[in-house]
Write a protein that binds this ligand. Sequence first.
Ligand code: GLU
Length: 476
Amino acid sequence: MKVRVRLAPSPTGTLHLGTARTALFNWLFAKKEGGTFLLRIEDTDIERSKEEYIKNIYEGLQWLGINWDESPTIQSERVNEHKQIIKTLIDEGFAYKCYASENELDEMRETQKKNGLAPKYDNRHRNLTQEQEAEFINEGREPVIRFKISDQKLISWNDLIRGKMTWSGKDLGGDMVIARRAPADLIGDPLYNLVVVADDSAMQISHVIRGEDHLANTAKQILIYEALNLNIPVFAHTPLILNSEGKKLSKRDGVTSISEFKKMGYTSEAMANYMTLLGWSVPEGINERFKISEISDIFSFKKVNKASAKFDWDKLNWLNSQVIHEMSAQTLLEILDPLFKENGWYLPNQEWGLHLVNLIGPSMVLINDGVNQAKPFFEEPELSYDGKKQLGIKESKVILKFILEKLENSDAALFSKDDAVDLIKHVTKDCNVKKGLVMKSIRAALFGTLNGPDLIQSWVLLSRFSKDRTRISRFI
Ligand code: GLU
C-alpha cells in the first residue's frame, strides 16, 4: 500500500504543541515508509478560522523542519463535493432531515439527565412520514441532516498504537448531525465527521494518525466509510499530552503553541526532538538526543505508548541546552545577532561577537538567555542587591579608584587578558586586599551583579568598548 498521511489542522488558533506532535509522527511515518505527507487546512468553521492562523501553522511546521508534499488542500474549497456526498447519503437512506428544534432537544436532554442517562439524540425524526415532514416545513422549521447510527452496530478497527478497538453504536450519541440547519430544500454546512471522510478519501489517505481524543470520531467515520463503500484507512491514535498535574495540556498551562516556545528561546531542533519523545520511546542503544532526520528510519508505532505523555520542562530544557552547546560560535552568533540588533545592540566586529558567544554560550539553556547575558556588554547594567552591597564596601571604592587610574593610561583596544590579570595582581598587592574582593568589586562595577561568566574574559571584551572606564568611574 502506498503510504499517504496527512495533518488536518483547524486554523482556529496558533499551531498547538499536540498538533505539532501529531504532525511529527505523521511525517516520521511517511519518511520511514517512503510515503507522502500532506496538509489539509480544515477551515470550515468560517467564524473562527483566520488567515493569520494558517500562516502561523505553516511557519511553525517549517520552523520544526516538517515539510509537506503537494500543495495543501483547503477544506472550504471542497464544500460542493461534501454536499454532494450528503445528498448521496440521503438518497440511499443512510441520512435524513431532522426537524427537532433546539428547545425540543434541550428538553430531551433534561429528561435524560433527570433519569440519570447520558445525553443522546433519541432518533425521533428518523422515520418521519411525508405528512409529518410537510407539516414541519410549513411551520418554517429548518432541519439538520443526521446520519443513522444503529445502537446494535459494533465498530472495530486495528489501531496501530492501541491494538484492537471496538465501539458500540449505542455509545455514539444517537444519529449524528452531518450538516447544519438550512431551509429544507437545501443542504446546510457540512460538519466535521462527514467532511473528514470525504476529504481523506479524496486525498487517498492510507493512514490516519491523530490524537486519541478522536477515538469516538473514528468509530463514527468508519460508519460513513462503510455507507459510502469507500476504502477505510488504517488508524493510529497518539496518546494525549498531559501537564505536570496529569491534566490535558491546555491554554491554562501557559505556553502551548509552537510560536510561543520559539519566542521563549527554544530551538526548533530541541522542540522537534522533545515532541518526538512525547509518546515515542527510543529503541535501546539509541540516544534520546537526536535530529528528527536521523531517526525516521527507526521510527515505528510499536514504540509509541498507549499511556498519556507527561510534559516535562526539565527534559525540554536539557535538550535545548544540548542543542545550543553543540552549536558552533558562528551559528550561535548568527542566531543571536538579529536579536541583539532588535535591542539596538551592534557588534563592534565579528571577532568580538564570536568571543562573546563563546563566553556566554556554555551557560545558555534558552536562546533568550544569550540576550539577557549579553545585555551588560551593550548597556549599562542595573545594580543587583548583591552588587550594590559589594560596592558599598569601603575597600571596593579604593580598589576601583586604583584600577581606574591604571586604565586611564592604557589603550582599551589593546587591553588583554594578561593586562587584566596583572592589574588584579597589582591592586591586590598595592591595596593590600584579598584577590576575591578585587574580583567581586570589578564584577559588580562592570556587570552589576556578582555572578556571570569568566570575569577576566568578560572584562577584556567590555574594555574593547572602553565601557569599563565609565562604569567604574560611577562608583568612586
Ligand atoms: N481538524 C481536526 C483537528 O484539528 C482534525 C482531526 C483529524 O486529524 O481528523 O483536531
